[in-house]
Ligand binder design. Structure first.
Ligand SMILES: *Cc1c(COP(=O)(O)O)cnc(C)c1O
Length: 456
């Protein structure tokens, strides 16, 4: 109508957020607390501080403070690769011949190639501030491990990464990125931990899972002086840090008076989606605005759409606190044919509560449809998307095509969480027609659900 919206809406440094937004402050039904796996009582700050950094424990447990100031050191680091652009997908709209207006927030403009650096740098900062020697973590596909190793090298912290064995073997380049930034990388399960040895004794040929790697990383953190464990998704603190995505998106949209109708994000553990939607969901919770919010997950790992809302373990070794979440069961491992990421069995407690309260929707998509969308997107918008991000692309395209049928000019915003340069084996499978769409049966899922811990 009046001002033409640019292809990319950039913000100035001065328009970047100076505080993270804590969505929990506006939630009437708060997310359920983490429970001690032994006593089933809510985890206290003291108990959690054996595993996590003190400042992060405060953030984890605080359901009331709406804004947390972003320390200046973190803001300065953010300035190296943020603000990230909000892109108007004119070329995609044209290709689809849709009246819908499509925007995406692109988080892949850093060496790590994903949004994970937003929380990695915060967690490394607090570990350093506490005077720790280092941190331990797990990584699946490798994005979180790379993000954390970048953040740790910046603050001169040691970084020990347990990498799911099949990824360690299939993604040697990710491993070398981590080593370039000074991290040590161990394939999991390994013989370096008690829990790893136990898992190997029971399943000698296992190729590992995120749940296993978490158990190993936690064990090393709690048994090594001056170390704590950090996690790249799922936790409340991680969603808090990722709110920087949503805050920037909202500022950029507000500059041009744009109000989205639909906000879409992929959901693995829920951190990018939780961050993207935070300020919009806040408005929704306060009754100031309404949006359709859609979480997109793989059909092969469908925690929202086919999981149970229950307390479950976050890891396979059952050493971590219990979290109430939509879950498939802590021993669920998606089919080996699943190449598209987002493999975690559970979901952020915050998003789980919002979903249970009917404040957001969820849908699942098949991986061949996801890669088809990824390719379609790459060919018109240029960016080679991560398979994870492409779940959101799939649903954004589908919603835009619906608008074409109805003639509605809806505004769609989706999170483009990262680039897919290290996922070319998965793209190759797709191109060779070797990718299939294994979807677990109800019977399979019921077996895992039957093993959920009984909490009353
Ligand atoms: C890790 C990752 C995700 C999924 O994690 P969430 O915590 O659900 O955001 C999505 N996209 C990319 C590129 C990732 O690296």
């Amino acid at each position: 109508m009046n001002t033409k919206i640019p292809y990319k809406i950039y913000l100035n440094e001065t328009e970047m957020p100076t505080a993270w937004y804590n969505l929990r402050a506006d939630m009437k039904n708060k997310p359920a607390p983490l429970l001690n796996p032994g006593t089933h009582q809510p985890m206290t700050a003291q108990e959690l501080s054996g595993v996590f950094c003190e400042e992060l424990v405060k953030q984890e447990l605080d359901n009331d403070t709406a804004f947390f100031e972003i320390p200046e050191e973190i803001r300065n680091f953010y300035k190296m690769y943020r603000p990230s652009p909000l892109v108007r997908a004119y070329c995609l709209e044209e290709k689809l011949q849709t009246p819908a207006k499509i925007y995406y927030k692109f988080e892949g403009n850093n060496t790590n190639g994903s949004h994970k650096l937003n929380s990695a740098i915060a967690q490394a900062y607090y570990a350093k501030k506490q005077g720790l020697k280092g941190v331990t973590t797990e990584t699946g596909a490798g994005q979180w491990g790379t993000a954390l190793s970048m953040a740790c090298s910046y603050f001169d912290l040691d970084c020990k990464v347990f990498m799911v064995k099949c990824s360690y073997e299939q993604k040697p380049f990710r491993r070398e990125v981590m080593r370039t930034y000074g991290a040590s990388v161990t394939p999991s399960p390994s013989t370096t931990t008690q829990v790893g040895r136990k898992i190997l004794a029971e399943h000698p040929n296992t190729t590992g899972s995120l749940g296993c790697a978490i158990s190993e990383a936690v064990e090393v953190a709690v048994t090594s002086e001056g170390y704590r464990y950090v996690l790249g998704s799922v936790l409340n603190q991680v969603l808090l840090h990722q709110s920087v995505i949503g805050l920037e998106t909202k500022t950029a949209l507000d500059k041009y008076g744009i109000k989205p109708d639909i906000i879409i994000g992929c959901a693995g553990g829920g951190s990018n989606l939780g961050g993207l939607i935070a300020p919009f969901m806040g408005q929704k919770l306060r009754g100031e605005a309404d949006y359709r919010i859609i979480a997109v997950e793989p059909a092969s790992c469908p925690s929202f759409t086919r999981g149970k809302y229950a307390y479950d373990f976050c890891d396979t070794g059952m050493v971590c606190p219990l979290a109430k979440m939509y879950t498939l069961g802590s021993d669920f491992i998606p089919s080996a044919n699943h190449a598209g990421g987002l493999r975690y069995h559970g979901m952020s407690s915050i998003l789980s509560q919002l979903y249970d309260d009917g404040l957001m929707e969820a849908t699942s998509v098949k991986q061949t449809d996801v890669f088809a969308a990824a390719e379609q997107f790459a060919r018109v918008e240029g960016i080679l998307p991560a398979p994870e991000s492409s779940h959101a692309i799939r649903v954004a395209i589908d919603e835009a095509l619906k608008c074409k049928e109805t003639g509605e000019e809806k505004t769609i915003v989706f999170g483009l969480t990262g680039t897919g340069y290290f996922d070319m084996v998965a793209y190759e499978k797709f191109h060779e027609g070797q990718m299939d769409d294994y979807i677990p049966t109800d019977e399979e899922l019921a077996q895992y659900a039957a093993r959920l811990p009984k909490i009353d």
